[in-house]
Design a protein around this ligand. Structure first.
Ligand code: RP5
Length: 356
């Protein structure tokens, strides 16, 4: 970052001052981001001497932002992320698959088109036979007698046996696949971004998923009774700060939870997830948090056990197109909202600038 001299106020020379870093937290089990959230802004002088002492102060001056024309934008003005509109179909849940899934064949596009001969292959992962606590009992009628089916989707469809049907259409596979619940399985997705202090490009915290080796938002399942802000903070801690299962008890996780309470809601609904089946599918709540330089610098990224890698990744036309499930669409929506709120624009290569 450029340091610009803004004034010589007297004879006593003080060292150049920068916005101070908040103190590092006591070493704890989850210490990638600690201390209080700073309100110090780059470019704002921070005076630490007594009023009588005149000092020379150097502060960071923000770089001149480039101008980005409409044809260089990542997202055109007024863009609509169609994949996220209710009633839109799905593609990855028809063409990609979870680990060890059978072939999906060529399922019909919609339930209306499904011909009477549509015979999806039944598949449930062997782990479901062990009745893990996070899954429904194998007997669907018993499972549905124990709890109400809920969904963020406006269309709630049922088959002839009362089985929940995927609201975006057939997938070629019946049963629960790798998912535990009949109907919607609820997750939360934290989209955490920064503007890189040197390159000026918009970046997000991204993982490479262990299961399918695809770049993804570090999201995860909502635990029973857990607040969404709690899931967002926990998943970020577990998957990107290398800290496992602390149940929301560390100072850092609590701080992240507070930060997520002020995060921007981006999307709530169906995820076009490769694990979806005709009877089980993913739904999520995605939230966006843009960190300032100081907050981002205090995150010490380390992969958790569900991730093959974690890093800050530039948000570009190319990287969005390669993301897991609907994650590229969630990030697009987050960028659209952030542009509106900040008055800034993002170019196709991730450069943050002003409208030309
Ligand atoms: C996706 O699966 C959600 O968007 C979320 O990112 C993720 C949660 O599943 P796990 O990562 O816990 O397997 O559909």
């Amino acid at each position: 970052m450029d340091i610009g001299r803004i004034g010589s106020l007297g004879s006593i020379q003080a060292p150049a001052l920068r916005a101070p870093l908040a103190p590092k937290p006591e070493a704890g089990p989850c210490d990638g981001l600690g201390g209080s959230v700073s309100t110090a802004l780059p470019g704002r002088p921070v005076f630490q001497t007594s009023p009588e002492v005149e000092v020379e102060v150097e502060v960071a001056t923000p770089k001149e932002l480039p101008r980005i024309s409409d044809d260089q934008r990542l997202l055109q003005p007024g863009a609509v992320v169609w994949e996220l509109q209710p009633g839109w179909g799905h593609s990855k849940a028809r063409s990609e698959s979870g680990k060890d899934y059978p072939a999906r064949g060529n399922p019909p596009q919609t339930w209306q088109q499904a011909d009477p001969d549509y015979q999806p292959t039944f598949y449930e992962a062997p782990v479901l036979a062990t009745q893990p606590a996070w899954a429904d009992p194998a007997d669907m009628k018993e499972a549905l007698s124990r709890r109400q089916l809920t969904s963020y989707e406006p269309r709630q469809l049922k088959g002839a046996q009362g089985e929940p049907l995927n609201p975006r259409g057939p997938t070629g596979i019946a049963g629960r696949g790798l998912l535990g619940k009949f109907g919607a399985n609820f997750a939360a997705d934290p989209i955490v971004t920064r503007t890189h202090p040197e390159t000026g490009k918009l970046e997000m915290i991204a993982i490479v998923r262990e299961d399918l080796n695809q770049v993804a938002i570090p999201g995860g399942m909502v635990d029973p009774g857990e607040k969404i802000s709690g899931t967002l903070a926990r998943e970020l801690c577990e998957e990107t700060l290398g800290k496992e299962e602390h149940g929301g008890t560390t100072a850092q996780e609590k701080e992240l939870q507070t930060m997520f309470e002020r995060a921007t809601p981006v999307y709530r609904g169906y995820v076009d997830d490769p694990r979806n089946t005709d009877n089980s599918w993913m739904e999520t709540s995605a939230f966006h948090l843009h960190l300032n330089d100081e907050e981002a610098a205090r995150l010490n990224l380390q992969k958790g056990s569900d991730a093959a890698a974690v890093s800050w990744k530039e948000i570009t036309a190319e990287s969005l197109g390669q993301m897991y499930g609907s994650h590229g669409a969630f990030v697009k929506q987050a960028v659209l909202l952030w542009q509106k709120e900040s008055g800034l624009v993002v170019g196709q290569d991730g450069t943050v600038g002003k409208p030309a």
